[in-house]
Design a binder for this molecule. Structure first.
Ligand SMILES: O=C(O)CCC(=O)C(=O)O
Length: 250
């Protein structure tokens, strides 16, 4: 469980890292599934080119055009993944952060992020909630590092405390990314911190926390397993993408 100080840190910063939360056997089993499914591009997948982010191949026919960025529907890929997503060391912590009963959204994240060394793109500053539809913007994502994550392989960057900001719409671009060109955003962006993770470390982050990530400049693919959770009392809005798949109660 998180200590009271850790819960306070999450509430203040919008994120917290639980070190070595996943045991080596679970990590190895999940990584083996991810490597197997990446090698065969087992669907459903999202390609780098689908993101249209800076550095992504221009089309599926361009060099690197079939580079997988996400192995989607992670829970349905293997029992090792589905079991890890609901296990008590996660569930207990999530209940401390978002409510007495918690559900996993199969509609959001629910993927293995794969960051390819040759064809990865850059992700600009954004809040995950921007395209999600729930009664309240109170969700937490859980990011399990399946290998080391650091600046050179494109670890996450966060703006601490940004989950509490109410920014005027003109601070964001048309796709709801924070405008890095705007003078007004520069002091905020200067507060960025790298989230460096060792294998088995788990980042918990608020759906309103601004985050970004760079290219993978190493020779090895980076693998991270990512899920999103909400309180049972915070329902996805009917008729939206957030309500498309059944939630899984922890
Ligand atoms: O690893 C990355 O490029 C960042 C991914 C991300 O921020 C997201 O999918 O919301």
């Amino acid at each position: 469980m998180f200590s009271a100080a850790e819960v306070e840190q999450f509430n203040r910063d919008g994120y917290i890292v639980a070190r070595a939360l996943a045991n080596p056997a679970d990590q190895a089993a999940i990584k083996a599934v991810a490597e197997r499914d990446l090698a065969a591009a087992v669907p459903p997948v999202e390609y780098e080119t689908d993101t249209r982010y800076p550095g992504a191949p221009a089309s599926e026919d361009a060099p690197g055009g079939r580079t997988v960025r996400r192995l989607l529907q992670a829970c349905a890929r293997d029992r090792s993944i589905a079991a890890w997503a609901v296990q008590p060391s996660l569930a207990g912590r999530l209940k401390q952060l978002i409510g007495p009963t918690v559900e996993l959204s199969q509609a959001h994240h629910n993927c293995v992020m794969t960051k390819n060394p040759r064809f990865s793109s850059v992700t600009h500053w954004h809040q995950d909630i921007r395209y999600w539809s729930f009664e309240r913007p109170e969700l937490v994502s859980v990011w399990l590092a399946l290998g080391r994550e650091y600046a050179e392989n494109g670890c996450l960057l966060v703006l601490p405390g940004s989950h509490t900001l109410e920014l005027a719409p003109d601070r964001l671009d048309g796709a709801l990314f924070l405008r890095a060109d705007l003078e007004a955003n520069k002091p905020l962006i200067a507060t960025q911190r790298r989230v460096e993770l060792d294998p088995g470390d788990v980042l918990f982050f608020h759906c309103r926390l601004f985050h970004a990530a760079g290219h993978n400049q190493t020779a090895h693919t980076k693998f991270s397993l990512v899920f999103t959770y909400h309180a049972t009392a915070n329902r996805p809005l009917a008729g939206t993408r957030s309500a498309l798949l059944p939630d899984i109660t922890l």
